[in-house]
Design a protein around this ligand. Structure first.
Ligand code: NAD
Length: 279
């Protein structure tokens, strides 16, 4: 028998929860009865979502947190333990790209103008930043929070991969590689924790408009860029996704009744983008 989704009294930790997608997910978890810890470098941004959750009668708290600083994460874990109790569900949402790890052009050409940021100009620090934020940030957060999840009924981890983990997108080699690593790590964790009751899955969102990609998708006048047109042409459903369209997939993966035997999957939520060859 299919059971109703219910996260009542589950403790959910969401990293990157000051951002558009994870702030939205955190709010939805709270609406579904969870006690939600919203972690972000930008505590103010996370607090905005917390204010809305509290106003609606939910349980949530914002924590200033850096997913690349293990000592800070350990400290935050202790505070959450005191505030809400042990973690049941971890959403590793902190992630993103960096302009220094992005080429100006899709294809390299001879005689590019001198001011072009080509593959050969990509900045090592920018590339490390992207790999660290997406991969290491997910790994460190999992090290810290999964400890309390060992043997906890229904415990699970949700990572955020991306379309470019399946096939890399042009211009963003570091972000594509880092998200491919996240998909791989999701499978690794699913296997590694399989004997102690922690499931690990990921979602791979297609193209949703957020702060991270707004300037790539719209020009100063708010019109879709050439890249945005290309994305829409390659998304069979012909539109960008909305944050709310991630919720069903995330809830399915996080719910111990609905997906108790689902482990190590990367679920595309992409309007068909990853299924389409473009022909
Ligand atoms: P966003 O930029 O709106 O939010 C990211 C949040 O992470 C920000 O609030 C930022 O302050 C926080 N953050 C950055 N560095 C941090 C650190 N070191 N420690 C803690 N927090 C940190 O981005 P978003 O679009 O909401 O993305 C959320 C996740 O979804 C990311 O992992 C992103 O890569 C992934 N994703 C987004 C899309 C999309 O279309 N927007 C598609 C696929 C995957």
């Amino acid at each position: 028998m299919v059971k109703v989704i219910d996260f009542k009294d589950k403790v959910v930790v969401v990293t990157g929860a000051g951002g558009v997608l994870c702030g939205y997910l955190a709010t939805e978890f709270a609406k579904a009865g969870a006690k939600v810890a919203l972690l972000d470098l930008n505590q103010e941004a996370a607090q905005t979502y917390v204010d809305q959750i509290l106003e609606a009668g939910g349980h949530a708290k914002a924590y200033e947190s850096n997913v690349l600083d293990k000592a800070n994460l350990e400290q935050v874990r202790k505070t959450i333990l005191a505030d809400f109790g042990a973690v049941d569900i971890l959403v590793n949402g902190a992630g993103g790209n960096n302009p220094k790890a992005t080429t100006d052009n899709e294809f390299h050409e001879v005689d590019l103008p001198e001011d072009t940021n080509s593959f050969f100009d990509l900045d090592e620090a920018g590339i490390s930043f992207v790999f660290n934020l997406n991969y290491l940030g997910t790994l460190l957060s999992t090290q810290v929070f999964a400890k309390d999840m060992v043997g906890r009924p229904g415990a699970n981890i949700i990572n955020i991969s991306s379309m470019n983990a399946f096939t890399p997108l042009t211009k963003i080699p570091a972000y594509s590689g880092a998200k491919a690593a996240i998909s791989n790590f999701t499978q690794w964790l699913a296997v590694h924790f399989s004997k102690v009751g922690i499931r690990c899955n990921a979602i791979a969102p297609g193209f949703l408009v957020t702060n991270q990609n707004r300037t790539l998708l719209f020009d100063n006048e708010g019109q879709p860029t050439a890249r945005a047109h290309k994305i829409l042409n390659n998304t069979p459903m012909g539109r960008f996704g909305e944050a709310e369209e991630l919720v069903g997939g995330v809830f399915f993966l996080a719910d111990e009744n609905l997906s108790s035997f689902v482990n190590g999957v990367v679920l595309p939520i992409d309007g068909g983008f990853s299924a389409y060859s473009g022909v």
